[in-house]
Design a protein around this ligand. Structure first.
Ligand code: GUN
Ligand code: FE
Length: 426
């Protein structure tokens, strides 16, 4: 057993932080045994005490929507809205991942960047290419970081080079699923139909079947952009809403489901999400950059929909989940002042979205509670903490002002995660 001593900050509920000054968290076999302000709370025989001094210890970050093959486009090409943006910039970049050498080069940088930002779990879109997707899964595994990795499935409204047949998609998915069959592994497949506009009914049906046959989670995009929604209405004229189109094919909560964006979700769609336990992934940076709109996060939360956060690289530009939290707060304030959406999101709410709420998609993690997997970051904020700040203010300043240089230790499932290699032969 290992016992970590430091200032513990986490969100056991959506509405408030729990702060334990000079607290102890005991970890055995990757899971938290107990949390206390007193060392004598634990049976310390055979325990190793790790004193982290005056540092902050917080749950590690979960990025619940990110496109690994768009890493090269991070911070460029944000001058169009979704559909034109995909055709002009995104699809041409994703085509390059037919080349596994290119894929490995970009994916190594991507995994390294996630590590730097303190993101120890992610739900990731790859491309249609099975071999490149396999490389990405291997890199996560070698890094010791948790990931749900999706081979993207698409068969319409895309360039020929990104178009596959339903049979090809099934074969490639089945191969990856067979190789990553341990349900408790850190790296797992996730069924990933790109979105309704790029999947025929046959492809959506095949994806639903794959998910249910192998009891695998699903991820996709939902109600992100007005032109996209109009296109879905044309393509799926009998569906009552965008979410219903997924629901008909078994892709809306029949197995655990992530839906990114949900900017224009109607009451009906929100109710379908709630009923299916579908988790909305709020991507505020992407919704700003490609001018999608403001997601009604407050409404989603109030109606009992599960909510998490995503960087959505490269619609989003910032891989730091701390910065994504700040954008979520800022957008919520604009929505509140401009549209009267009240109350505004709070710091504990967005922190909870990126930790405990998101963590519930992987199992039990994202909080410091008995039975939870120990996914944690140790923050040395000494350069930010030059006057009498409370522990909570120190965390807030790190979230707003800090960066990867302040993250001095990263743990995933109880193991310290060392810096992943940037190149193969390093
Ligand atoms: N909808 C379908 N594909 C994508 C994508 O790559 N990024 C975003 N933001 N939305 C999408
Ligand atoms: Fe996306």
């Amino acid at each position: 057993m290992k016992i970590y001593k430091g200032h513990l900050l986490f969100t056991p509920t959506r509405n408030e932080f729990r702060v334990i000054e000079n607290g102890y968290v005991a970890v055995s076999d990757g899971r938290i045994v107990g949390v206390s302000s007193q060392l004598n709370h634990f049976d310390c025989t055979n325990a190793e005490l790790i004193d982290l001094g005056d540092r902050l210890v917080i749950p590690a970050m979960c990025d619940m929507h990110v496109h690994a093959p768009q890493y090269r486009n991070q911070g460029v090409c944000m001058d169009y809205e979704l559909l034109t943006w995909l055709n002009t910039y995104t699809f041409p970049e994703e085509e390059k991942f037919a080349d596994t050498t290119y894929a490995e080069r970009i994916y190594r940088r991507f995994v390294h960047a996630l590590w730097r930002m303190g993101t120890m779990r992610a739900a990731v879109f790859a491309t249609i290419h099975g071999d490149s997707t396999r490389i990405l899964m291997r890199l996560f595994q070698e890094a010791g970081m948790g990931a749900l990795v999706g081979k993207v499935d698409m068969d319409r409204n895309c360039p020929d080079a990104l178009c596959e047949t339903v049979d090809e998609a099934i074969i490639a998915n089945e191969a990856l699923i067979a190789e990553y069959s341990d349900p408790n592994a850190l790296v797992r497949p996730i069924i990933t139909p790109r979105f309704v506009p790029s999947c025929t009914p046959a492809m959506l049906h095949a994806c639903g079947q794959l998910a249910q046959r192998h009891n695998l989670p699903v991820q996709s995009h939902l109600s992100e952009n007005r032109d996209e929604i109009a296109l879905v209405r044309k393509l799926e004229p009998t569906s009552t809403c965008y979410g219903d189109a997924y629901n008909r094919y078994g892709l809306f909560g029949q197995t655990p489901t992530l839906m990114a964006h949900c900017v224009y979700s109607t009451d009906e769609e929100i109710e379908l999400m709630r009923q299916g336990g579908v988790m909305a992934v709020h991507c505020p940076t992407s919704n700003l950059n490609i001018a999608s709109g403001m997601s009604p996060v407050r409404t989603l939360l109030d109606r009992g929909v599960r909510v998490s956060l995503g960087s959505d690289i490269s619609g989003g530009h910032d891989l730091s989940m701390f910065r994504v939290m700040v954008y979520a707060l800022q957008v919520s304030k604009l929505a509140s002042v401009t549209l009267g959406v009240k109350p505004q999101l709070t710091l504990p709410e967005v922190f909870w979205c990126a930790t405990k709420s998101a963590g519930s998609f992987f199992g039990r993690l994202g909080s410091f509670e008995p039975g939870y997997e120990f996914d944690a970051l140790v923050i040395d904020d000494s350069d930010l903490n030059f006057d009498h700040y409370t522990l909570l203010q120190r965390l807030e300043r790190f979230i707003y002002l800090g960066d990867d240089r302040h993250i001095v230790h990263r743990y995933c499932r109880g193991m310290e995660v060392p810096e992943p290699k940037l190149s193969h032969d390093e």
